[in-house]
Design a protein around this ligand. Structure first.
Ligand code: HEM
Length: 209
């Protein structure tokens, strides 16, 4: 038997936007530290990556633990896109003051910016087709194939984070490891089967999902 959460989807969108509202609020209160623009940009980027990974977590969570959050997948994906768009907007408006030639140079010259941009470009068609009309128009098979690009976006986003830092602090490595693990369970379904068996031995009698 599967456990399905019944929180209204709207509540997920509202809760998901709280970190952005809170960060903007702290910014307005001049409480984002000595480099407020950088902190704002970093927070928005981090939340985009978090929502992207939450999206990838939904399917293994259902298969291993029987927790069904499928109905929130679209909301989490769109939140990842909204945060990426805010992150990009902060970069364009606050970091570079709409200096388009400098932005163009930055995207071409700094590999981590190029990779971040590539991740964002991939998220655009995914967000644009995250509605029932698009699924009907494209057909379920083509839609599902297109949305597999979320894996590429996650790899690029994790690489973007890894490449920003010059040393090797724990945080980007942890996000990269989480991304790799979430992709590995898809690439190697046997990993999921082992995990499910382990979960069943921890919770004896839990019916199979
Ligand atoms: C899916 C798209 C993206 C994701 C998930 C993402 C995620 C992140 C993350 C996690 C960080 C590091 C935050 C930290 O240091 O704590 C970051 C930093 C950064 N990102 Fe992105 N990013 C994305 C797209 C972009 C794009 C499109 C650009 C610009 C074209 C960009 C420019 C930057 C810059 C400049 C920083 C460094 C900020 C700083 O430390 O000065 N990112 N991003």
């Amino acid at each position: 038997m599967r456990a399905a959460l019944r929180i209204p989807k709207l509540a997920v969108y509202v809760a998901g936007l709280v970190p952005a509202a809170w960060t903007f609020y702290l910014g307005l209160q001049d409480q984002l530290g000595p480099e407020p623009i950088k902190t704002l940009e970093q927070e928005l980027g981090l939340w985009s990556l978090r929502f992207l990974l939450l999206c990838l977590l939904i399917s293994p969570l259902r298969r291993v633990a029987g927790v069904d959050l499928f109905r929130y997948r679209r909301a989490l994906g769109l939140l990842a896109f909204y945060y990426a768009a805010l992150h990009l907007s902060a970069y364009v408006a606050l970091d570079h003051g709409f200096d388009w030639p400098a932005i163009g140079r930055d995207i071409l010259k700094r590999p981590y910016v190029t990779i971040g941009m590539a991740a964002f470009v991939i998220l655009v068609p995914l967000a644009a087709t995250s509605n029932n009309a698009a699924i009907r128009r494209l057909g379920a098979t083509a839609w599902a194939r297109l949305h597999k690009l979320v894996y590429v976006a996650a790899i690029l986003a994790a690489a973007h984070f890894l490449l920003i830092v010059k040393s090797w602090p724990a945080e980007p490595l942890l996000y990269a490891a989480a991304t790799a693990a979430l992709l590995a369970v898809r690439a190697f379904p046997s990993v999921l089967r082992h995990a499910r068996r382990a979960a069943e031995s921890v919770i004896p009698g839990r019916p199979q999902a």
